[in-house]
Design a protein. Structure first.
Length: 260
């Protein structure tokens, strides 16, 4: 990874060197409006100049009484917003008609609307888990809901010497964005550090892994988006001997660049 990609100026950097996450940038919860902050707190620690997001064996299900399939998650996000309790306005609703259970104050940590954004990270997964880095609109206006997925890697799509890396666009409730997503199989070991990046302009999102272009998607969203980092576990995918497994996303650094 180069320190400064050609033609870009560093605008944001988090090397996760401090004793805890920067509260001006990160909310250590995963979509708390549909549950609560108490029930969606991430399991994480900062050590060795890395963020370690993990799911320990005793971590409970996310939205246990309602989400299908059953899912556990440790995630952080750089923005948050919801409408009032009982309403349907919130971020990334997981089904039609889901209601806000805990209203979230508007939080704008780092919410870019374009640039070159890159993550250096490694992952520990099993066939029942996955890791992801994506960006979404805050949905303060309902159509600002699209997603730019920079990387999504399922453990059951990891093979010796290769992995399927999902990248692309999801429109959700944004009529201006077209669904354009694919999993690209690459010769790599996701347990080692790699750099996942997107060169993002109103005209095109170009996705790169270790500096090599893997996909291009036309006309991505151009409104401010929050960053999402998470590790997921799906108990229904258990193969019977993995109850004590601890999936983990280890983030070395995250950087954002803009044109001068």
């Amino acid at each position: 990874m180069t320190d400064h990609p050609d033609g870009w100026v560093l605008a944001f950097e988090d090397d996760f060197d401090g004793p805890d996450l920067d509260p001006a940038v990160w909310l250590p919860h995963y979509l708390p409006a549909w549950s609560s902050r108490a029930a969606t707190a991430a399991s994480y620690e900062l050590r060795d100049s890395c963020l370690h997001l993990r799911i320990p064996p005793d971590q409970g299900l996310w939205c246990a009484d309602d989400h299908t399939p059953p899912m556990r998650v440790s995630g952080i996000q750089s923005g948050s917003w919801s409408g009032p309790v009982g309403g349907t306005r919130g971020q990334q609703p997981y089904r039609d008609g889901v209601r806000v259970r805990e209203e979230q104050e508007a939080f704008w940590g780092w919410t870019p609307s374009g640039g070159y954004i890159e993550l250096r990270a490694r992952a520990v997964v099993t066939p029942r888990s996955m890791v992801a880095f994506w960006m979404v609109g805050l949905e303060d206006e309902p159509e600002r809901s699209a997603e730019i997925c920079v990387t999504e890697m399922f453990g059951d799509a990891v093979e010796p010497g290769s992995a399927a890396v999902g990248v692309g666009l999801h429109p959700f409730r944004d009529p201006a964005v077209v669904e354009d997503f694919a999993a690209v199989r690459l010769p790599m070991d996701i347990a080692a550090h790699h750099t996942y990046a997107v060169d993002w302009s109103p005209e095109q999102a170009t996705f790169l892994v270790d500096g090599v272009v893997v996909r291009r998607c036309a006309r991505p969203p151009s409104y401010p988006m929050q960053l999402m980092l998470a590790v997921f576990d799906f108990p229904e995918k258990s193969v019977g001997d993995d109850a004590e497994a601890v999936p983990e996303l280890v983030v070395d650094r995250l950087r954002g660049y803009v044109r001068p």
